[in-house]
Design a protein around this ligand. Structure first.
Ligand code: HEM
Length: 144
């Protein structure tokens, strides 16, 4: 069940994060005013990503990949591309992405101009999006 929740919630995280990133990019390009709705979109992306972090950690320790890693050891796990992706690369890159989203949200609050607020969100949420798109286990996700 946790795996299904983590898998399903991933769609919401991607939709809201891509929405917040594009909104921020358009905000910079068209010199828009930074309004409450822009703040809310960035905040939802932050909250959704943090929920996925918690689901990810639970998923990690109940995953057969984790049990398998404990059985064969880290050395052998690192040699197996799928096991390495699920037990090392995916969690680490997702945690780094969520740190970037958190930094982006807290830094944008300190910015005074609308353009600087949008730019900060576009940069940090954009970098996070690249990491997430790079290390989602796509094959496994769409294998069903
Ligand atoms: C924004 C953050 C994250 C996103 C978008 C995300 C997305 C995904 C997706 C799409 C899958 C494939 C699900 C499937 O096969 O149906 C997955 C699997 C997995 N994720 Fe994440 N994840 C995130 C964060 C994390 C974190 C932080 C951890 C661990 C600390 C984690 C641990 C796992 C594990 C262990 C699996 C494989 C579970 C299994 O097949 O047994 N994820 N994740």
């Amino acid at each position: 069940m946790i795996k299904q929740m983590h898998s399903g919630w991933a769609y919401l995280v991607l939709i809201v994060l891509i929405g917040a990133f594009i909104n921020a990019l358009l905000g910079v390009i068209s010199k828009k005013e930074f309004k409450v709705k822009d703040l809310r979109l960035a905040l939802f992306a932050l909250i959704f990503a943090h929920i996925q972090l918690i689901l990810g950690f639970i998923n990690y320790y109940v995953s057969p990949f984790y049990t398998h890693m404990k059985e064969i050891g880290m050395g052998a796990t690192m040699k197996d591309a799928t096991a390495r992706l699920i037990t090392v690369e995916h969690p680490l890159m997702m945690i780094l992405a969520i740190v970037l989203i958190t930094m982006g949200f807290s830094k944008h609050k300190k910015r005074t101009s609308d353009k600087a607020k949008f730019r900060t969100i576009a940069i940090f949420y954009g970098m996070a999006l690249l990491l997430i798109l790079a290390k989602i286990p796509w094959q496994q996700w769409f294998a069903k």
